[in-house]
Design a protein around this ligand. Structure first.
Ligand code: PHE
Length: 335
């Protein structure tokens, strides 16, 4: 083989091997093969130079050096490139404390709702759900709330400006103002005995302050069957309040009025030197039982509706209901 051809094939093979190498180990193997002092292909090439005619030697020698330097340079450049990630890695101080990822948490209201469902489940109440968009039948009519009752005032409710396409009933739709709607839905579908709770959002255009919000959560409870009594209502609510807030909790039942219960009470809880209303309750009004096809001579029932936020505020000493909806992590991470 002609010596110049030998240079060329050496150079081609070396450059191809360099560019194919993808690890530091591989590039080192390439170095040994092509530039190794002992058995490398450069040695063989050097022997070729020695065989050249004396007058050709300066040219051949010069060419030899050029090829050698070219391969060395290409190899070093590649080596540097492959060694680089390692250098960057070793610059990381693994003894430094890490950056902890921020973990999400269950919102305090969701925690309270879960606790409520669990407690009421233990008392034998089944958890059911109901829609937040309602019609007047479920929110008012079947609950014995007459047309001229102030609770039906459009200014006291969030009526929707959309047509009622839900089917089943006619008339305008509104965001439910109370979870008592679920009483009607359940009783219309089932025969007594009934023992349910339902937790969800309700909407009222109240003026927002530390204890009021336009949207809040209620837990509705309903028990209908033979000989259900006011005494049972009071003991269920007392057991529930003590289970959630501890034995020391002070609650009182204050005579009140709701169109859908008779007699009716408001449930208050000790709030500093004062009392805070946390819900309403009473014996299901015979008119409501009739509206769902139950016979008031045969069955009786009690119902209650409790404000979830206010219970949670009492338990955690939260003094402003607005904290629940602001999503300030400094507040949320405390629960
Ligand atoms: N629905 C009533 C309210 O929102 C509470 C209530 C529920 C009262 C069940 C009596 C019985 O104020």
């Amino acid at each position: 083989m002609d010596v110049l051809e030998a240079f060329q094939s050496y150079e081609q093979d070396a450059l191809a091997a360099i560019s194919a190498a993808s690890t530091s180990e591989e590039i080192e193997a390439v170095r040994i093969e092509f530039l190794g002092k002992k058995k490398g292909r450069l040695k063989t090439l050097q022997a070729e130079v020695g065989k050249a005619a004396p007058e050709d030697r300066p040219v051949v020698g010069k060419k030899f050096n050029e090829v050698k330097v070219g391969v060395e340079e290409a190899l070093n450049a590649k080596k540097q490139e492959l060694d680089k990630p390692k250098a960057a890695l070793s610059a990381i101080d693994i003894t430094l404390p890490g950056i902890a990822p921020q973990l999400g948490k269950t919102h305090p209201l969701t925690q309270t709702i879960d606790d409520f469902k669990e407690l009421m489940g233990r008392l034998g109440f089944e958890v059911v759900d109901g829609p937040e968009i309602e019609d007047e039948h479920h929110n008012f009519v079947a609950l014995n709330i007459p047309e001229d009752h102030p609770a039906r005032d459009p200014l006291e409710n969030f009526y929707l400006a959309t047509a009622n396409i839900a089917g089943g009933s006619e008339g305008p739709l509104l965001l439910r103002s109370q979870t008592s709607t679920v009483q009607i839905r359940v009783m219309s579908e089932r025969k007594p005995p009934v023992r349910i709770v339902s937790v969800g959002r309700v909407y009222r255009p109240d003026t927002i302050d530390a204890t009021h919000s336009c949207m809040f959560h209620q837990m509705e409870g309903l028990m209908v069957g033979d000989d259900v009594t006011m005494a049972q209502l009071k003991s269920v609510l007392s057991i529930f309040a003590r289970s959630y807030l501890g034995e020391g909790v002070e609650i009182r039942f204050r005579p009140s009025f709701f169109p859908f219960t008779e007699p009716s009470v408001e449930v208050d809880m000790r709030w500093g030197d004062d009392w805070l209303e946390v819900g309403g309750a009473g014996m299901v009004d015979p008119n409501v039982l009739k509206a769902v096809g139950y016979d008031p001579e045969e069955v009786s029932g009690f119902a209650f509706g409790l404000g979830i936020e206010r219970f949670c505020m009492q338990r955690h000493q939260i003094t402003d209901i607005r904290r629940f909806y602001e999503n300030d992590v400094r507040f949320l991470e405390q629960f």
